[in-house]
Design a protein around this ligand. Sequence first.
Ligand code: HEC
Length: 110
Amino acid sequence: MKSTVRNFISAGLLCGAAMLMTTGAWAADAAAGKTVYLAKCKTCHGADGTPSPAMAKAMGIKPLNDTATQAKSDDVLKAVVTKGEGKMKPVAGIAGADLDNVVAAVRGMK
Ligand code: HEC
């Protein structure tokens, strides 16, 4: 009985370590984030983070490589995506790893 409990605990630890490692890999995956970006953000922000002149004018969008934008923390940028800001509505269907990745992609636009 005791060894069953011990086995169960060590299996749990291994599992936790594997999950941590996977999350670490997600956090830096700007390439995966770019795929999400192209699907969900490109229409307004342009393929490389620079909005088309018409979009920039109509909605007041700055390029994502703007120093003021890049100076904001990851958490703030994630909140812009999930909660919206000004004329940007919350973007549906982005959470967890996708959210980390899309922010990594935005960071890659400086
Ligand atoms: C429907 C058009 C639209 C879509 C789609 C959109 N955005 Fe935006 N975004 C905007 C507008 C408009 C603003 C400017 C908001 C304002 O009024 O301050 C903005 C602002 C931002 C900012 C904030 C800049 C700052 O300095 O505060 C970030 C970051 C951003 N968008 C990222 C994204 C990401 C990432 C996605 C995709 C997941 C996305 N946006 C999808 C329209 C859009």
